[in-house]
Design a protein around this ligand. Sequence first.
Ligand SMILES: C[S@@+](CC[C@H](N)C(=O)[O-])C[C@H]1O[C@@H](n2cnc3c(N)ncnc32)[C@H](O)[C@@H]1O
Length: 441
Amino acid sequence: MANAGAKTRALAAEIVDAVANGGQSLDAALAQQEGRVLPGERSLLRMLCFGVVRNHWQLQHWIGKLIDRPLKKRDSIINALLAVGLFQLWDTRVPDHAAVSQTVEAARQLRRPQLAGLVNACMRRFGREHLVEQLGGTEEVTWNHPAWLIEALRKDWPDDVEGILEANNARAPMWLRANAKRQSAAEYQARLADEGIAADLLAGIPDAVRLREPRGVDELPGFMEGDASVQDAAAQIAARWLMTGNPSRVLDACAAPGGKSGHLLELGGEGFDLTAIDSDAQRIERVRENHERLGLNATIMVADASNPGEWWDGTPFDAILLDAPCSATGVIRRHPDIKLLRRASDSNDLSALQGAILGALWQVLAPGGRLLYVTCSVLAVENDSVVQGFLETHGDAVEDALLPNNNVRDLMRRKACGYQVLPGTAGLDGFYYACLVKKVS
Ligand SMILES: C[S@@+](CC[C@H](N)C(=O)[O-])C[C@H]1O[C@@H](n2cnc3c(N)ncnc32)[C@H](O)[C@@H]1O
């Protein structure tokens, strides 16, 4: 089809503009627009959008050098298109001539024919002036992160900050979780090998299988039948940990889209009773879909975890998983838009919400029961600060620092209370874990 390439660039610019200037999440913007691109162009569209958002500060720095006057606000779409254009020249295998001609044509498709010349001139100057070799600029440009986040990471992780920033800018590997009800991770690895798909296991995370190259789920043996799920191995620590106590009545208090609740069901034995709640009615549909694919059942409810009075039936839970809403600063490599969408003040608001949910759920935990507090944040204010504050005000709570196995210890950093997996460690996402036990009076 004529100009399919230009259409892909135009769509990429619309998506990037929706994220950078419209405050939309990259996943939501992609989901809205992906249907408009030809199936053969879909992976190019994703690659461009993720790459541009991931490298936002660097690309904006170059655009600033290339244009004499900033573009008008109403032409922010052309700023996004320029970023898409430069990213192709800098970090993709798209031949330069195709990148330039299709990006220029995209300016026309975006109804900005008067700016097509500017796009053309900028892209040609970019190559001529060897801007790629002239790195530098502010710390934001060097690390492609907002200054507030670099500062926050430096405060919490003075010795690790550069490693975290680098890991955040890398592409995440694809991890699977073998369904323990059907086979072991090693058995699933062998099934993958039969299909010519190379994969590795990781000591300490028993169900995890890491693909050497990402694949579409339709290529994975038994995926549609629930033999495996896509889930980062750091997220898989949760269910194994909570299940070490062999609980029979369990609450997953922030369950959507259902990754960890599916894992809990896979590990649960006869009579295992899981209640999965989430306050987001749309997202909870994903929990139903995920459980259906696995062929497993839980009681699923739209409910506010901070207000059990509205939904709790009065029977205490043996174990609770609180995978709390958080800044998601541990999963930036999978969601680079977090760098653009989050604000410095978010973490304090989240910390208050996390503390409120934790306090409310404590009331529905049985004496002797365990609550696993989890976030995919790397910021202390949402992690050990929340748990420490809780322990100081709840005399019936103690931390159980015993990890589910010895190998997982190598993947985690001990905090004042709880443990942190830093992003990039053994190819994992960043997660925080703290296990709390309710004393029997
Ligand atoms: C990190 S996600 C959970 C991911 C999920 N555990 C998984 O493994 O797939 C956090 C979830 O908390 C939910 N949430 C936020 N506030 C909540 C509340 N007050 N009560 C229940 N769920 C809430 C969000 O809708 C979101 O789905």
